[in-house]
Write a protein that binds this ligand. Structure first.
Ligand code: BG6
Length: 488
């Protein structure tokens, strides 16, 4: 199947950091369909060769294992082209249409990796040049809006020109191997399903911690914050993957229908829960990786009085038969203690303890997303037999764990998130992309938090860089009698 992949924002950050390396990996793995062409689009006046040289120089900054050799790059470069465009000019779209029509590839992918303010205009102009035929797929990068109204406005414009099954809203967390594994764990094995419910699960914790600060993205982050950047999308998608009912098949709509139901069942916020069950934080100066690092308000592009949150912890519930009453905790932040993303399922303890040490201790399933990718099952076992335990009438148990390291089992050279998702778009598989109604429902749920914060002048709670966030986050979970997994 021949394809043309047009990358708007072809000279931008996302293109060289994520998209080109992912496409190159697919090329190297032999999974990129033959007969493909990648067309970078940008404002600069570059020849094809100058564009190739630019991308090659950017590859120098990519991690070594993913860097092409000169010979590999020469082969990859043969499918790279550049088209100069001013995205506001209709004649430039007409030229793009000419380039594409001349080849008439089987499929055309429009990857819109530009500022979101341009989405609407790009869609209109593509349609005006006839570039919205059924063989065209459009990929939209987040952020798709900054609240429900702006998200809806984008979705409505896009839907005027493209059918829903032509629209690929990307959430790169859905492409991570560990998230694929979560689906496999739940729906490919019979073992967990009977336990996957309120009768057996005490609480669920989703942590996406980053050790990095805002880096060079201060100005962008100022208008975004952790809730919009991570919770509205990545964290809620993880929550859906854990909480959804088994879909009737592996088709895109079957999966997306079930995720939507979860989002609709999230408990609505009240003034009380907004105060008690949501913690917003912001990092102050501290230490990261052994070095002193500045606070958020000292970062380039950031207002020195900024109230933008770099940390969110929250507690919610899913009001349906499977999950009623089970707390779901979400926590994400920058400049935390380490790069660590995981989902922890804490099971209820045995109904009656006959051993010394198992009262109140439940089993735990940990789904590690990164940096390690794997599963841990924490159990209790008979520990070492010693005089004390022999002497006591009731025996003590010791914690043990079954530890499955997917990197070791399947190799660490596995298909990365963007690689997987780009191949899915080229092949027309929508399963791992977000439908407009899901996205709107997620915004609807997030919005009361944004409004509450806007009205609350006390601002975020400060936490020192290199810690696990404000202590209020531990206090929030302690109110339910639980603690974050690293504290237990
Ligand atoms: C992006 C956010 O969507 O996800 C970034 O905009 C964040 O702020 C990144 O750093 C985290 O992704 P990953 O794959 O490194 O966990």
């Amino acid at each position: 199947m021949s394809f043309d992949l047009v990358m708007f924002g072809g000279t931008g950050d996302l293109a060289w950091r994520k998209l080109m390396p992912a496409l190159f990996q697919a090329f190297r793995h032999g999974t990129l369909p033959e007969g493909g062409r990648i067309i970078g689009v940008g404002r600069d006046d570059l020849s094809h060769d100058q564009y190739r040289a630019l991308i090659q120089s950017r590859f120098e900054k990519v991690e070594l294992a993913k860097r092409p050799s000169a010979e590999e790059f020469a082969r990859f470069a043969a499918i790279l082209e550049f088209v100069r465009m001013d995205l506001s000019k209709s004649e430039d779209y007409a030229r793009l249409a000419e380039t594409l029509n001349a080849r008439n590839a089987d499929g055309i992918v429009m990857y819109v990796a530009t500022a979101p303010s341009l989405f609407t205009n790009v869609c209109e102009q593509l349609a005006a040049s006839g570039l919205n035929s059924p063989k065209v797929r459009i990929v939209l990068e987040k952020p798709l809006g900054h609240d429900l109204a702006s998200n809806r406005a984008i979705n409505q414009t896009v839907s005027r020109f493209f059918k829903e099954d032509q629209v690929y809203r990307i959430d790169h967390y859905l492409g991570k191997p560990s998230v694929q594994n979560l689906f496999a764990l739940r729906f490919g094995n019979a073992l967990f399903e009977p336990l996957w419910r309120r009768e057996h699960i005490a609480n669920i914790q989703i942590t996406i911690a980053e050790d990095l600060g805002v880096e060079s993205r201060g100005a962008f982050y100022e208008t975004t914050g952790a809730l919009r950047d991570m919770v509205q999308n990545h964290a809620l998608q993880l929550l859906c993957a854990i909480a959804m009912e088994p879909p009737i098949n592996a088709g895109a709509d079957a999966i997306r229908d079930e995720k939507l139901k979860v989002l609709r069942s999230l408990k609505p916020w009240t003034q009380e829960t907004l105060k008690q069950d949501v913690v917003r934080g912001q990092y102050s100066a501290g230490t990261s990786g052994g070095a002193k690092v500045p606070g958020y308000r000292e970062e380039t592009g950031v207002n020195p009085q900024s109230n933008t949150e770099t940390f969110v912890a929250l507690r919610t519930e899913i009001a349906n038969w499977r999950w009623a009453g089970v707390p779901f905790y979400i926590r994400t932040g920058k400049r935390l203690s380490g790069r660590d993303a995981r989902i922890v399922i804490n099971f209820r303890p045995t109904p009656h303890a006959i051993f010394n040490s198992n009262e109140g201790v439940g089993n735990r399933l940990v789904i590690n997303l990164q940096p390690k990718d794997g599963l841990e099952l924490h159990l209790l076992a008979q520990g070492q037999d010693n005089r004390q335990s022999r002497a006591s009438a009731t025996q003590s148990l010791a914690p043990v764990q079954l530890d499955l390291d997917f990197d070791k089992r399947f190799g660490s050279e596995r298909v990365g998130a963007y690689e997987r998702l780009l191949l899915d778009v080229i092949d027309g598989r929508l399963n791992l992309f977000v439908r407009s109604d899901e996205q709107e429902e997620a915004w609807r749920w997030v919005e009361p938090m944004l409004e509450h914060w806007a009205a609350d002048t006390s601002g975020p709670r400060l936490y020192a860089a290199g810690t696990w966030g404000p202590s209020a986050s531990s206090a929030m979970i302690a109110r339910d009698g639980f603690c974050w997994s690293e504290e237990s």
